[in-house]
Unconditional design. Structure first.
Length: 177
């Protein structure tokens, strides 16, 4: 690992990206910031990072595309998905595509850096005995369908067989960021 490891932050919230960038630079990282998959491609044309933090929802685009792109370029890149859209379905997909960790917002620099160090899974992680509630199952189904339809609310509502306004109200009740 170089004296200053390269980190790419793929985040469409400019203020949050800037905060993360400053924080990681203070910790000795060189940081590149992209707000969408096209901007990430531009960064990757110059240099491949050792680490990446990718937001799951990038405007109308899916961060999962960026995870796949990063993993295809270099399987050794440590990729952390950071999201306000946490669900089991998107966590599984992120890991399948090459992410090494998946963190729900709010997460800070300490959480992200700790995730960089956790390359392998932890067999000592406790297994909960509480069953998943109906509301949680519904929320995860909505999130999975949202991800599958590239976060298009109208298409998600159609696939779920619900009215678009009903889905919009459900999404408003649980803030996604």
């Amino acid at each position: 690992m170089a004296a200053e490891p390269l980190l790419y932050i793929v985040e469409d919230d400019a203020a949050f990206a800037r905060t993360l960038q400053r924080s990681f630079e203070k910790r000795g990282y060189r940081v590149g910031v992209a707000s969408d998959p096209a901007a990430l491609e531009t960064l990757l044309a110059a240099e491949i990072p050792a680490y990446a933090v990718v937001d799951l929802k990038l405007g109308q685009a899916s961060g999962l595309t960026c995870v796949r792109t990063l993993a295809e370029r270099d399987a050794e890149t440590t990729i952390v998905v950071l999201t306000g859209y946490a669900s089991i379905a998107t966590a599984v997909e992120a890991v399948k595509l090459g992410a090494t960790s998946y963190l729900a917002k709010p997460a800070n620099t300490d959480d992200i850096e700790a995730a960089f160090g956790r390359g392998a899974g932890d067999v000592e992680t406790p297994i909960g005995d509480r069953q998943t509630s109906i509301k949680t199952l519904e929320w995860e189904r909505i999130q999975k369908t949202l991800a599958e339809s590239d976060f298009n609310v109208s298409e998600t509502a159609r696939r779920l067989g619900m009215h678009r306004r009903t889905l919009a109200r459900k999404l408003e009740k649980r803030p996604l960021r």
